[in-house]
Write a protein of this length. Structure first.
Length: 157
């Protein structure tokens, strides 16, 4: 099965002294996930996740990093992802099933009200993610790995 490299951002923002995580409903897969997409040929994962976040949300994000990054004339360390997931993507009329090797980043945005998305989206609190019945969405379907990553981000800020 073909494998594609992708990069995804789980984006947190503060609303009335409480951090919430942005998720959107993926049009093809009909699941709630972070923001991201395919890494283009001339990009590294960090550049891809920044580009995808801006294209999909209009938000300016800052990737949360684990410390000072090495930078020299010919070597630059890029922020490392918090997780790398291998995800099986089911068949869709526009493409056969394949695998995403998804580099997951945590990010913060300071301008959440500037958001503009073409897909359904919502901001989820820690309480929302614990009690799925109170979710601010109709279908109440958040995959286990997505809820786990959201909780991990909320616990780290």
């Amino acid at each position: 099965m073909k494998k594609h490299f992708t990069a995804t951002a789980y984006i947190a923002a503060k609303f009335n002294k409480e951090y919430k995580i942005l998720l959107h409903k993926h049009k093809k897969q009909q699941i709630w996930i972070g923001v991201g997409g395919h890494i283009e040929e001339k990009e590294n994962p960090y550049e891809a996740v920044l580009r995808e976040a801006k294209e999909e949300t209009n938000l300016d994000i800052k990737i949360l990093s684990s410390g000072k990054l090495l930078k020299r004339k010919d070597v630059e360390q890029i922020p490392e992802p918090v997780a790398i997931l291998e995800e099986t993507i089911p068949d869709h009329p526009s493409e056969p099933s394949h695998i995403h090797i998804d580099l997951i980043y945590f990010a913060i945005c300071k301008n959440p009200k500037k958001i503009k998305m073409n897909e359904d989206f919502a901001w989820f609190s820690k309480k929302d993610l614990r009690n799925k019945q109170s979710l601010p969405i109709k279908d109440k379907k958040i995959r286990e790995e997505v809820a786990y990553l959201c909780q991990k981000l909320l616990s780290s800020i």
